[in-house]
Unconditional design. Structure first.
Length: 74
């Protein structure tokens, strides 16, 4: 397999899309600090030949204006 370079294909619109995604993923609504009150943590991992990753999350429940309970993992 030959090495592949994005340099010839990467444009300003790709940089903008990446930065917009980065901003969206690091907002308080998405990224939040852990609760140390005994709430369990969830460890999720993934890996392939090129690398691996892992996240540590917790489930948080909030109430929508309609009264419906919404559970999210942060």
């Amino acid at each position: 397999m030959q090495a592949y370079s994005l340099a010839a294909h990467w444009m300003q619109k790709h940089t903008k899309a990446f930065l917009d995604l980065k901003t969206a993923l690091t907002l308080e609504l998405v990224l939040r600090g852990p609760k140390w009150d005994g709430m369990p943590f969830i460890v999720t991992t993934n890996g392939c030949q090129e690398g691996f990753a892992g996240i540590l999350a917790q489930r948080f429940t909030s109430t929508a204006p309609s009264g419906k309970a919404i559970t999210k993992r942060h």
